[in-house]
Design a protein around this ligand. Sequence first.
Ligand code: AGP
Length: 585
Amino acid sequence: MCGIIGYVGAKNATPILFDSLKRLEYRGYDSYGFATLDGEKIWVRKSKGKVSEAGFEKLPGSVGIAHTRWATHGKVTKANAHPHLDCTKRIAVIHNGIIENFEKLKSDLVKKGHVFRSDTDSEIIAHLIEDSIELGLPEAVMRTMKILKGRSAVLVIKNDFDGIVAARNGSPLILGVGRDEYFIASDVPAFLNRTKDVMYLDDGEMVVLERDRKPVFRNIGTGTRIEKRIIKIDWDAKHAEKGNYRHFMIKEIMEQKETIIRAINQNDGEIKKVAAAINKAYGVFLIGCGTAGNVCHTGEYIFSSIAKKHVNHVVASEFPGYRDFLTKKTLLIMVSQSGETADVLEAVRVAREKGAKVISLVNVRGSTLHRMSDFTFHINAGPEKAVASTKATTAQLAILYLLAYACAGRIEEGKRLLLEVASKINDMLNPRYDERIRALACSMQRKKNIYIIGRSLNYPMAMESAIKIMEVSYIHAHGFAGGEMKHGPIALIEKNTPCIVLTGDGSDQDTVNNAMEIKARGGYIIGVGPKKYEVFDFWLKTPDVGLASPMVNIIPVQLLAYHLGDLRGCDIDTPRNLAKSVTVK
Ligand code: AGP
């Protein structure tokens, strides 16, 4: 969940590390820190809170590592911020991941006389390296990585080693190759403004980066050297910037004018091939977490209504419970924006044990999920920086629709529908529509609870609406299947409780009846859909796109969540307690 960056080059490392940390802040933002190497001295600075240059002097040295944290072990304190040092203060380490056997390792190290300065699991890495440093830094890192259980990406510097040793097992690391300089980070946007030439590390690999030398990649288990090639990233650095927008979230919502077209621009042959594999498979699972999990849940209805095909959606963290149903004929469709979500990767590992096949929908090229999959559809949404997922959601949905239509042998019909959706979303995202939603947000900003209902394809979107509202505005929100309200949740409705009602998917009559039941108890009904029903107190019109209704209905809710967050002064792009990539289980 944390963001890590390292630099080896000819320039002063501190400004470069600062700039990269800012770009990585979406991965975690409760504290941060740096270590640079100047001659034989290691300089360390740490701070609580978000990355800020205020009060930070430029540290000497053109080799350095930096970290922005999302706490797992140990509170948010300066002492727990990375980098962590060994007892001699000659070794500095930053770490992204979680060490499952840290308690035992720590107690062994304490018995040996090591002195700890933090409550983190990560600090043990510095002490383990110290324990075997007579082997030399690369060997000591290799030995340490073999001992650690869990998921780790590690960057290490030492006072007498002119470079960085980096290793990964479970958490991402990507090397950026510049002219006479190297960048090593947990994600490409960290250095995209400096180089587009990258080399990927796979799990169980490490790289030694020394000034004026070629990077040396090695397998951690065997120590053997590995040859890697440079891959050119086709993302434009400006796509990872805010431009004229105040927040990434609103920029990314607006980008949906183009991203759906980009998503469906897939190779027909590949779509048909994957559709044939879906039709042939014995047991198809759609798997993701959070918003991507809601996309998968929608996918269950999409495949059922369009392809008449039963697929099962499962949230990734629950998937290991299904392992007994898996065989070589099982097909997994993994949906993940980042391609780094730990629960998603664990689900793939479980499926692999049983020989199941894995298809993925991923936004980040070269991500771990992309590299673990038998086949990947790139959703081509461009970098999504706001923690709240928006443009990735509609792009993922678009590809699921395309696949379902291809399964039914009607791919052209699917494409026509999606092109119509893209053009209608383009029309929707106009300033007047946005203003109307802001006015609604103004009237709702002090509400304590918001409920959302939908049926069929819009039921998962009701839950997705709740995620969006909660994470961006911190207002409690809950999505329900329309028919479930009367089985309990309707007890929560009081005078003027806002309830968003998603319609337009073919089940309107029943949904409207449920809205009436809520209204009869005092609820304030905000209708979303193509048709204005009498029960609506406020109507957010969306175009009539039939079965693709979830794709258009989620747009006004994304805008509503954004404006609620903005009006309430929330930290929209980096909401409290969250991180963009959840790389812990
Ligand atoms: C999105 O708004 C959420 N912040 C979160 O639920 C996210 O969708 C989830 O963590 C999955 O991430 P992924 O798509 O990168 O796997």
